[in-house]
Write a protein that binds this ligand. Structure first.
Ligand SMILES: Cc1cc2nc3c(=O)[nH]c(=O)nc-3n(C[C@H](O)[C@H](O)[C@H](O)COP(=O)(O)O)c2cc1C
Length: 254
């Protein structure tokens, strides 16, 4: 069974690649994460977790969900991570996560795709998006076909910098950087509530018809990038930047 979490569409696109190769079922984790429930999961097929890399690791909310969910049936676990550049040492943490929850680790594929983290990086141009997806498609197909054949995904070596990023930098990032005080809406906001409905943490409510953030943000960028009116800003860091979302159907790149 394929479980995916995707803030801006890259990981949904990646999950489709796996579904196409294996014919297995796909489940969107957004409603599950939002519910906070930990229902038991039974799957006769390998578990494939597809999601973005956040600070060279699995998003902590997804890691918590895997760690707290009772899985039964097939215990093989694959990870397909989409990222803007690389996943650092994420694979070694995933191995440990699997060992902790009785899953059999079968490997990680980290697939570079257009970067959605507009609070930190420039928006990708249309040409950069197409180029990035053109490169991602064969990598996704390769990972998906290996999973469908029941092979392990190949291990990639990780250097000192990757270990530093996935370890101490990740901890500092979660502790000190993931704040939501800088979020604000412009007059373009029509109070549609999309931001509140896509927030995996249920961190946004509408008050007086405008979004208010409540302090448990993961910087997933769903509110920022999916706002139909592009009315959400993160201080000056996102001002004037084009929003990013991937609505394409795998393997479209245009
Ligand atoms: C909070 C946050 C942290 C991120 N950290 C990394 C990172 O450490 N390495 C990287 O290559 N990309 C990083 N990215 C980029 C995303 O992993 C990438 O754009 C991903 O494909 C988005 O997936 P989605 O469209 O399914 O949400 C980060 C993005 C966000 C929002």
């Amino acid at each position: 069974m394929i479980f995916y979490y995707s803030a801006t569409g890259n990981s949904r696109y990646a999950a489709e690649a796996v579904r196409e190769a294996s014919g297995d079922r796909c489940a969107d984790l957004l409603p599950v994460l939002r519910s906070g429930k930990r229902e038991p999961v039974r799957s006769e097929r390998p578990l494939v977790f597809v999601c973005p890399v956040y600070c060279w690791q699995l998003p902590h909310m997804v890691e918590r969900w895997i760690g707290e969910t009772p899985f039964s049936g097939c215990r093989d676990a694959y990870f397909v991570l989409t990222c803007g550049g690389d996943a650092g040492n994420a694979a070694s943490y995933l191995k440990k996560l699997c060992a902790r929850c009785g899953l059999k680790y079968r490997g990680t594929a980290a697939i570079p795709m257009p970067d959605n983290y507009l609070m930190m990086f420039p928006s990708p141009t249309e040409e950069e998006i197409r180029e990035s997806l053109r490169k991602a498609v064969p990598l996704l197909k390769d990972a998906a076909e290996r999973i469908a054949r029941g092979e392990d995904l190949p291990e990639k070596p990780c250097g000192f910098l990757g270990k530093l990023c996935s370890g101490p930098v990740n901890r500092l990032f979660y502790r000190y950087y993931l704040k939501d005080k800088a979020f604000a809406v412009s007059d373009a906001c029509v109070g549609c509530g999309k931001c509140a409905s896509v927030c995996p943490m249920r961190n946004i409510t509408l008050e007086g018809g405008k979004p208010v953030w409540h302090g448990s943000c993961t910087h997933c960028t769903a509110c920022l990038n999916l706002c139909p009116a592009s009315a959400i800003e993160y201080g000056k860091k996102t001002r004037g930047k084009r929003r990013y979302r991937n609505d394409r159907k795998f393997p479209e790149t245009e």
